[in-house]
Design a protein around this ligand. Structure first.
Ligand code: ZN
Length: 452
């Protein structure tokens, strides 16, 4: 590990931030990274995408989240350097020579995200992690040019921290683990901007009780309840915000809108801006990707509201003017009813390919705290007074109760008009009534129990 030289600013620069109060910038390289065009671009990409249709305050961007992760990383480095400085190599304590590297990795950890990343990746095969690595290591980007001024191999090292291949687990886990600076920032920030109180947890206490050890980072015994509180608030954010049925419905519309655009584009009749056209033609470059943002996407959607293709025009209107699809809960058994329902929807005049979908909450890009089992990722560990590490759910009955019980539902989405009732007379009234018989209390049901 070499000691990366950072030119300290003669006077620190501060950004005012509603979540962390101030973001302190002490190094020239951090300030230079903030001003690159790849980083500035994140001002134009909303952190939560379509969730802003449910929580209107949630229009915060990837820019402030990345800056927030940098700030938390910086604060944790301060605490580690003060309380747990390394004395001899491999003593499991913190080597502050890693600071600039981990701060840069925190700042750039989401640099590869584009607009509506989740939906976009699904459709165009883009991968925000790979693109992030490319933005950092490609000599043509401004980010790369700034990082190279620290050392010729510095961009590759920053990329390796984000890719979790850097050999020091403390450095990697500060950015990606169950209690990393990334999650701590987005939970607090998303709670603040959605206006919910579920995401509240005691961050200052967490920062007091976090510590390094040879295998990564953990909490002291007196931080157990703060760690527990953090897991509970995370659970509630998933249930109330990230898995919200209307947010998922808007995501379904967005996905079908882009799918339809692809087809209309192939027919040669789509009005589209050049950078998005290259994605629809499956022939895009990093440069095209960097030109995309929410505004470019919305400009295209706005043009499409007047498309001669009725499905494209309708979906664009539904997306831009927030007309979500309705949805019901389904399970393995009631899934068998979907062909019947789709047929009724078709009779009502909607192409089921574009106006229906199923979506599981677990498809969302957020994960539960699950210390064991198939999808286990890094655990949260509590260090006992004798130095022994115990996984959090072994100590906390509350976390144990939540383990693996994240209530993710699977839903079937369909046009809202199918639920209209006789108080609103419609020509298809009997059709709607037939459809509605299958739905009770927001759940799909059999009219008669199927024979086993
Ligand atoms: Zn992030």
């Amino acid at each position: 590990m070499s000691n990366f030289k950072s030119n300290k600013l003669t006077k620190e620069v501060v950004l005012r931030d509603p979540v962390h109060d101030y973001i302190h910038i002490e190094d020239q390289v951090i300030l230079d990274l903030l001003t690159t065009k790849e980083f500035q671009r994140m001002r134009r990409i909303k952190q939560l995408g379509p969730i802003a249709y449910v929580f209107p305050g949630a229009t915060h961007t990837r820019f402030e989240h990345n800056a927030g992760v940098y700030e938390l990383t910086r604060r944790i480095c301060n605490i580690f350097a003060e309380k747990y400085p390394t004395k001899t190599p491999n003593d499991g304590l913190w080597d502050d020579n890693n600071r600039l590297l981990v701060e840069c990795a925190g700042l750039l950890h989401d640099i590869g995200h584009g607009p509506y990343s989740h939906t976009f990746e699904h459709l165009f095969g883009t991968d925000h992690e790979k693109i992030g690595q490319k933005i950092i290591t490609d000599p043509h980007t401004e980010v790369n040019q700034v990082l190279r001024q620290v050392a010729p191999n510095f961009p590759e090292l920053v990329a390796s921290v984000i890719a979790k291949t850097y050999p020091n687990p403390q450095v990697v886990k500060l950015i990606s683990s169950q209690a990393d600076a990334d999650r701590m920032d987005y939970l607090k920030r998303d709670a603040y901007f959605t206006g919910v109180t579920y995401g509240e947890f005691d961050l200052s206490r967490i920062l007091q009780e976090i510590r390094p050890y040879s295998g990564g980072i953990c909490f002291t015994m007196s931080g157990m309840h703060a760690a527990e509180d953090y897991i509970v608030s995370r659970y509630q954010m998933y249930q109330q915000v990230y898995f919200h049925r209307v947010g998922r419905s808007m995501e379904v519309i967005l996905q079908h809108l882009l799918e339809r655009a692809k087809i209309v584009y192939q027919q040669g009749v789509l009005q589209v801006t050049p950078e998005l056209a290259n994605f629809l033609a499956d022939n895009w470059s990093l440069n095209d990707y960097l030109k995309l943002d929410d505004g470019v996407m919305e400009t295209n959607f706005s043009m499409w509201t007047e498309s001669t293709d009725p499905i494209l025009a309708d979906l664009a209107n539904r997306y831009l003017f927030r007309k979500p699809l309705s949805s019901v809960c389904i399970d393995a058994e009631t899934k068998n009813l979907l062909p019947k329902l789709k047929d009724l929807i078709k009779q009502a005049g909607f192409d089921p390919t574009y106006y229906t979908d199923t979506n599981s909450a677990f498809d969302e890009p957020y994960d539960a705290y699950k210390p064991t089992g198939k999808n286990a990722n890094s655990q949260i560990e509590i260090m006992q007074d004798d130095g022994q590490l115990i996984e959090l759910s072994q100590l906390s009955p509350l976390v144990r109760a939540l383990n693996g019980t994240l209530q993710g539902d699977e839903r079937f989405f369909f046009p809202k008009i199918m639920m209209s009732n006789s108080a609103e007379p419609q020509i298809f009234d009997p059709l709607y009534q037939q459809f509605q018989r299958y739905i009770k209390n927001g759940t799909l049901r059999y009219l008669r129990k199927p024979k086993k």
